[in-house]
Design a protein around this ligand. Structure first.
Ligand SMILES: [Zn+2]
Ligand SMILES: [Zn+2]
Ligand SMILES: [Zn+2]
Ligand SMILES: [Zn+2]
Ligand SMILES: [Zn+2]
Length: 382
C-alpha cells in the first residue's frame, strides 16, 4: 500500500511505527555516546598539544619552533577536524530522529488519519498501549520532538566550536611557516662542476634542498619543512614508499655539495644583485634591504632599505598589531614586536579562548548526556 511518508514505513501499524521510532532513537543515542567519548579524548590531546606549542615558543630553539610548532599546529587542526566529524555523525542521526517524529506528528494532525483512529486490528493496538510511549497523544510526541531538536542544536553548536579551533590553528600555522621550502633551481649561479640532480627535494617540492634531512632506509633527502608537512599527512611513511620512515641528518656529501652552491638572493626581482653562498643565504635574506616591508603606521609597502627614512617622516606613530592586538609605538614595532612575540601572544589568547570553549563543550556534553538519559527513560528503551 502506498502512503505519503518518507520515514514511517507502515503507518497503519502502531507496533511497527513504535519499533521504528525506538530504532531511530537508539541509533542516534549510540552515536551520541560514542562521539562524546571520542571528543573527550580529543580534547585532552588538544590541551597537551597546546602545551607543546607554547613550550616550543617559550623555551625552544629556532629549530624547535620551525619543526615542532608546525607539527603541533597541524595536529591541533587535525583533531579539530576529527571532533567536527564526530559531531556531524551525531547531527546526521539526530536529523533523522527529528524528521521521523515530525512526520509522525504530521500523520497525527489531520482527522481521520491511520494513526489517530484505532489500529487495523485489536491485538496491535493492545500491544502498543503496553508501551510507556503513548503514540496516540500528539503532546507527548511534541515533547520528545522538542527534546531532540534542542539536542541537535547543541551538537551543531559544538561543530562550530570545533571549526573555530581548526581555523585558529591554521591561522597560527600560516604565520609560523613562511618561505621554508626548497630553493628554485634557477637561483643557483655558476654550478658547472656540481651535479644538481642529487640536491633536489625528491617528490615533494622538487627544488634545491633547504635544511635537508634524509630517510634512514633509502637515504633520499628532503627539505625538513617539506618532510614535516608530508609526515603530518602520512604518519611514518617515506615519500619513496619505504616501510617505516626514520629520519636521519643530512649526509656529509650532500651537505658539502650544497655548501658549494652560490645562490641569487630571493629579492633579486626587487633589485638585490647579491649572490650568496648557500650557508650564508638565510642570514642575508633576513637583513636584505630589498625585501618588501609595510610601514606599520601608514601600511605603505616599500623596500626595507627605504623604511627607516620613511618612518622618520611617517605621521602614524601608534599602531595596533593586527594579529595579536598589542598596541605599541611606531618606533618600537621593529625592535620589540617580532613575529615570535606576536605569535606567542596569539597562542596565549588562543589557549585562553580554547580553555573557555573546552569548558563550554564539557558542560554541553554533560547536558546532552542528561537529555539522552531522560529521553530514553520516556521511551523506556534502556
Ligand atoms: Zn622540499
Ligand atoms: Zn625512504
Ligand atoms: Zn638580497
Ligand atoms: Zn608610513
Ligand atoms: Zn602582533
Amino acid at each position: 500500500m502506498s502512503h505519503p511518508y518518507n520515514y514511517i514505513t507502515y503507518p497503519s501499524s502502531y507496533r511497527t511505527t513504535l519499533t521504528q521510532a525506538t530504532n531511530f532513537v537508539e541509533r542516534a543515542m549510540r552515536t551520541a555516546e560514542s562521539s562524546t567519548s571520542r571528543v573527550q579524548m580529543i580534547m585532552n590531546q588538544v590541551s597537551s598539544q597546546l602545551n607543546t606549542a607554547l613550550s616550543a615558543l617559550f623555551d625552544g630553539t629556532t629549530e624547535d619552533r620551525k619543526v615542532f610548532l608546525p607539527t603541533t599546529l597541524n595536529a591541533i587542526a587535525r583533531m579539530g577536524k576529527d571532533a567536527a566529524s564526530a559531531f556531524r555523525e551525531v547531527t546526521t542521526a539526530l536529523d533523522q530522529v527529528v524528521a521521523f517524529f515530525e512526520e509522525l506528528l504530521q500523520a497525527m494532525q489531520p482527522l481521520p488519519s491511520p494513526l489517530t483512529t484505532s489500529g487495523p486490528s485489536g491485538s496491535t493496538s493492545t500491544q502498543a498501549n503496553k508501551s510507556s510511549l503513548d503514540i496516540n497523544h500528539p503532546t507527548s510526541i511534541t515533547v520528545i520532538l522538542n527534546n531532540f531538536k534542542s539536542l541537535n542544536s547543541m551538537w551543531n553548536q559544538m561543530i562550530q566550536y570545533a571549526e573555530k579551533l581548526i581555523s585558529q590553528a591554521s591561522q597560527a600555522l600560516q604565520m609560523s611557516s613562511t618561505n621554508e621550502i626548497g630553493l628554485e633551481t634557477e637561483r643557483v649561479q655558476c654550478s658547472s662542476e656540481i651535479d644538481l640532480s642529487d640536491l633536489h627535494c625528491s617528490t615533494i617540492c622538487e627544488n634545491i634542498l633547504w635544511k635537508p634531512v634524509a630517510c634512514q632506509q633509502c637515504e633520499t633527502h628532503f627539505c625538513s619543512m617539506c618532510i614535516t608537512k608530508w609526515l603530518g599527512n602520512n604518519p611514518n611513511q617515506c615519500p619513496m614508499r619505504c616501510d617505516n620512515f626514520i629520519q636521519r641528518s643530512c649526509s656529509k656529501f650532500i651537505a658539502r655539495q650544497l655548501a658549494k652552491l652560490q645562490i641569487a638572493c630571493i629579492y633579486q626581482p626587487n633589485g638585490c644583485n647579491e649572490v650568496i653562498l648557500y650557508e650564508a643565504l638565510e642570514k642575508h635574506e633576513m637583513i636584505c634591504g630589498y625585501q618588501l616591508v609595510k610601514c606599520t603606521g601608514c601600511l605603505l609597502e616599500m623596500l626595507q632599505k627605504d623604511l627607516t627614512e620613511h618612518q622618520s617622516k611617517c605621521a602614524s606613530v601608534l599602531m595596533t598589531c593586527e594579529d595579536c592586538k598589542i598596541v605599541c609605538r611606531q618606533n618600537d614595532v621593529l625592535t620589540h614586536h617580532s613575529d615570535r612575540i606576536c605569535l606567542r601572544e596569539q597562542l596565549r589568547q588562543f589557549q585562553h579562548e580554547s580553555q573557555y570553549e573546552t569548558q563550554q563543550l564539557r558542560e554541553q556534553l554533560r547536558q546532552a548526556q542528561r537529555k539522552i538519559h531522560k529521553t530514553s527513560c520516556v521511551l523506556d528503551i534502556h
